[in-house]
Design a protein around this ligand. Sequence first.
Ligand code: PGA
Length: 239
Amino acid sequence: MKYSLSDRDSASRFAADMIAAAVRDNPEIVLGLATGETPIGTYRHLIRLHRDEGLDFSGVTTFNLDEYIGLGRDHPQSFHAFMRQNFFDHVNISADRIHLPDGLATDPVAYADAYEDAIRDAGGIDLQLLGIGHNGHIAFNEPGSPADSRTRVVDLTADTIEKNARFFDSVDDVPKTALSMGIGTILDAKRIVLLAFGAAKAEAVLKAMEGPVTVDHPASLLQTHDDVTFILDAAAAEV
Ligand code: PGA
């Protein structure tokens, strides 16, 4: 399913309304959450719905897609900090229901397995929010990531490091590895909502929706899932 809205804010509002409906329908929903520039507007609208309409997150459980290895939860560029600042600190979600990979895990390999177990123990992800990279990555699953990959330690590509350098003082400060849910983990979500905005994402979106299904463009593997919604602005919907 594809929805293309005129602009980023309308698309973010649309995504937030869709997530809000899912939360109202199942107050104990398990949400998979994403970081990056793209979902910020959606979080803003969810915060507005919480504040103005009493959207209740008290029973909601969340699992974030990924975290940089080497950044602690209080590092300003960590995804932990991002999520607190852009969402968690502004809604009534309980701290004990929030899960993000721990970038300082002493044994990241064992930790990754435990993260998978925690998702399974929670009953699996009901709705997974996703962005997409210019190279088709979803979470930090870069091109070549196997379709059945699970949460694991991944190397970031030079392209991703360069794109994410805008959030750091210099490109040298961007971690080179991360803990990321795998493609298989993402495909296990019952429902997937992918957001993409701006002309620079248009080609990646088109390949994801209509290109060959290949690990060379990880988002194309979403074509094997039967409940994926693409929410785009006009620029991302046009090639
Ligand atoms: P962005 O990143 O939202 O910052 O564009 C998306 C992604 O790389 O998955």
